[in-house]
Design a protein around this ligand. Structure first.
Ligand SMILES: [Zn+2]
Length: 451
């Protein structure tokens, strides 16, 4: 492990970073060495929505609550029999089409063996084979364009013995995915379990670059969780930048920027890292069980002046909301979905500088933002990028003339734009304080020629 690299990354993780490489002792007044700062993608604030506890057909609340109640009878007293057993595909379509029309993006879980009812790559008792096939096709058609797919471990209830494929026979916290089992496991043990979950999605022909932890999974075993995610997602899918969702912070005191963890091999052909995506809200939609009515004002108030989304967006960090699929459907009443529609309306009223992104897109951008080394040379900035990133946006504290990006032998000029809000790949903008350049950053070395 390269300790210098790790401590550099840790420091850089505190916010957008500036790198100045002095060329000798620059004590005389004269042309200053430019300082480059990596900005948000397209100079916009990323926003996203994390949807937990979704899968095909099965209402995870109906089937999960009795299993949780067996472990903690005092804490799970919901009358699960009154909850519908299914969240219908007609609702997946209604929701997914609205999200496509409105450009909303994020992560959508597909629990592979939902609450031990059946296997999404085989069959789920209670539904026909055709219904399951149609449900998977609907996910491919309506959900995939705007959402990352994650497993939420295997069942989200009982731990499965991956040697036999059967759930362990004990209804104790030590054998539930949500609670104790994961807290003491090694990297290899967690990786094998997570790979088992991922392989089911792969066999169902769903793409995947990350995973979501069910309940408290891995909460007290964070390093092993990160390393095992890196290993499992790479092994099963070969994804370049694995990511996961485990934590959310709702207080002002803590950064919610993605955490780029365990980078290695950055100079070589096969660089690695894993990204922990942090949510910034609680489920203030409809709860994990579809029984807790949320409140839009927690996200953004009617006067558009406050709320957690306003707080985070105004800080410039990615504002990633968290909800649960049963609460979005709300047993057919759509309470969570209606709150989401109102949030979108209010955000659109207040902001014109947001960009909806999938979690994998945010993970890639942050990996590039934090791990690309930037140095200044004569009339140019040298970028060494372990990972490519579209919409890579840098600010220079100097004016530029005819900037162009040189990668290998190819030189691409950037187009000047008058309005910074119109910035996109291949453009630049200057004002009195400096210049903003936005381009499709390729993996490897690039030179930004500025004069
Ligand atoms: Zn969950």
């Amino acid at each position: 492990m390269n300790l210098d690299r790790r401590s550099f990354v840790k420091m850089a993780g505190a916010g957008s970073f500036a790198v100045v490489i002095p060329r000798g002792q620059n004590i005389f007044p004269g042309p200053a060495i430019p300082v480059a700062t990596v900005m948000n993608p397209f100079n916009r604030v990323p926003v996203s929505l994390i949807i937990d506890d979704s899968t095909c057909l099965v209402n995870m609340a109906h089937f999960g609550i009795p299993q949780f109640a067996e472990v903690f009878p005092d804490q799970y007293k919901q009358d699960w029999r009154r909850l519908p057993r299914e969240i219908p595909d007609s609702f997946v379509r209604e929701f997914g089409e609205w999200c496509i029309e409105n450009g909303m993006k994020g992560k959508y879980s597909i629990v592979p063996y939902p609450a031990c009812t059946g296997w999404i790559n085989r069959f789920i008792p209670g539904w026909t084979k055709e219904e399951l096939e149609n449900s998977l096709n609907l996910v491919r058609e309506i959900i995939l364009p705007n959402w990352d797919i994650h497993p939420e471990m295997v069942s989200h209830t009982r731990v499965i013995d991956i040697k036999t494929g059967k759930p362990y026979p004990y209804s104790t916290p030590e054998f539930m995915e949500n609670w104790e089992w994961s807290q003491t496991k090694s990297v290899d043990e967690l990786a094998a379990y997570q790979a088992y979950a991922l392989a089911i999605l792969k066999e169902a022909d769903l793409p995947c670059e990350g995973l979501t932890t069910p309940g408290g999974y891995g909460g007290r075993n964070q390093n092993n969780l990160a390393l095992s995610t890196l290993e499992a997602v790479r092994d099963v899918y070969g994804s370049e930048i694995p990511h996961y969702f485990r934590d959310l912070f709702t207080g002002k005191d803590k950064s919610v920027a993605p955490q780029v963890l365990f980078p290695s091999g950055l100079e070589g052909a096969n660089p690695e890292c894993v990204v922990s995506i942090i949510g910034c809200t609680g489920d203030w939609f409809g709860g994990w069980d579809g029984l807790e009515q949320g409140n839009v004002n927690n996200f953004i108030t009617e006067d558009l002046k406050s709320g957690r989304m306003v707080e985070v967006i105004d800080s410039g960090e990615p504002a990633i909301m968290v909800c649960h699929w049963p609460g979005i459907y709300y047993n057919g009443n759509r309470v969570g979905f209606n709150i989401l529609k109102e949030i979108k309306k209010r955000l659109d009223q207040k902001y014109d500088n947001l960009i909806w992104m999938k979690l994998s897109e945010i993970a890639r951008y942050w990996a590039a933002k934090e791990l690309t080394t930037i140095s200044a040379a004569n009339n140019s900035i040298i970028l060494k990028a372990p990972f490519a990133a579209p919409g890579f946006t840098i600010r220079l504290n100097t004016s530029v003339r005819n900037p162009r990006i040189k990668h290998k032998s190819e030189e691409v000029p950037l187009l000047r734009i008058k309005d910074i809000k119109a910035i996109k790949n291949g453009t630049w903008h200057s004002d009195r304080t400096g210049s903003v350049l936005c381009f499709d950053m390729k993996k490897g070395a690039s030179e930004v020629i500025i004069n």
